[in-house]
Ligand binder design. Structure first.
Ligand SMILES: C[S@@+](CC[C@H](N)C(=O)[O-])C[C@H]1O[C@@H](n2cnc3c(N)ncnc32)[C@H](O)[C@@H]1O
Length: 256
């Protein structure tokens, strides 16, 4: 049996394992993913936001509390959404990445935490994200690092078959969990193809002190577990083939 991302979090056995991990203090979200995401986010006061794969809404609520005027938080899982935290400026919607859509140029920010490695057609999703963003809008997301999604053999940290992109099946609490591997090069070129210029890449790993306190994290210094990408929608003048245009007042290279 295989379980795709859109059904995975409604599988009781999987969800039980996932929630135990998140509550155990051993998950990578708090020490690595959340700080990396927070550092990469642009100012959100007044922003309209889409959160893809919002889960229980932690990031969506943080963005609303930071001043976003509207956060449309999207997830395929009925059970995750049933446990989502209510907030007056967060709207939860059950939808699949494959066909979710919002009007053109209707949001300033699209975010996603550790969900887009479940997307089969990344090019199609990025094309839609690029349409949703206003010029200058940002797309900030984390995924499982391609060095983690690459190996076909579940060896410790031997990276293998890196160039063979596509579907991978793994056991993660349950057998047959489907994720999609793509290289960093493919991620960046797909974003650029749709006019999204990468301003920041981050590969957060635990500190040596963190590993000393939690030795089970040592593997995450041997190969990075998470890739963060922050990209910005720019309007390219006709004929520009060499790089992003100069922005009035200087080109920002960092979203933080
Ligand atoms: C690892 S969880 C991350 C949840 C949340 N972003 C966080 O960081 O706590 C991945 C989420 O992506 C959602 N998801 C996976 N595939 C999806 C799809 N095809 N369409 C919509 N949501 C999907 C899952 O239901 C799950 O809630």
């Amino acid at each position: 049996m295989v379980v795709k991302g859109n059904a995975l979090y409604d599988d009781p056995a999987f969800l039980d394992g996932y929630r135990r991990l998140r509550r155990s203090g051993r998950a990578l979200n708090e020490p690595l993913e959340i700080p990396a995401m927070t550092a990469a986010l642009p100012p959100v006061a007044g922003a309209r936001v889409v959160d893809l794969g919002c889960g229980e809404g932690d990031l969506a609520v943080r963005l609303a509390e930071a001043g976003a005027v509207d956060v449309l938080a999207v997830d395929a899982s009925e059970r995750m959404l049933a446990a989502a935290h209510p907030h007056p400026r967060v709207r939860y919607r059950r939808a699949d990445f494959a066909d979710f859509d919002v009007p053109h140029e209707s949001v300033e920010l699209v975010v996603s935490s550790l969900a887009l490695h479940y997307v089969e057609d990344f090019d199609d999703l990025v094309a839609r994200v690029a349409r949703w963003l206003v010029p200058g809008g940002a797309f900030v997301f984390t995924i499982e690092h391609p060095m983690v999604t690459a190996p076909v053999v579940a060896a410790d940290c031997v990276v293998d078959d890196y160039a063979d992109e596509g579907r991978r099946e793994r056991t993660w609490f349950v057998a047959g969990v489907v994720k999609y591997h793509r290289t960093i090069g493919t991620v960046v070129t797909t974003l650029r193809r749709h006019g999204l210029w990468v301003e920041r890449l981050d590969e957060p790993v635990p500190t040596a002190e963190h590993v000393a306190a939690h030795p089970e994290l040592a593997i995450h210094r041997r190969r990075p577990p998470i890739l963060l990408v922050a990209a910005r929608a720019l309007e390219l003048p006709t004929g520009n083939i060499g790089g992003p245009p100069e922005q009035p007042g200087g080109h920002r290279t960092d979203l933080g």
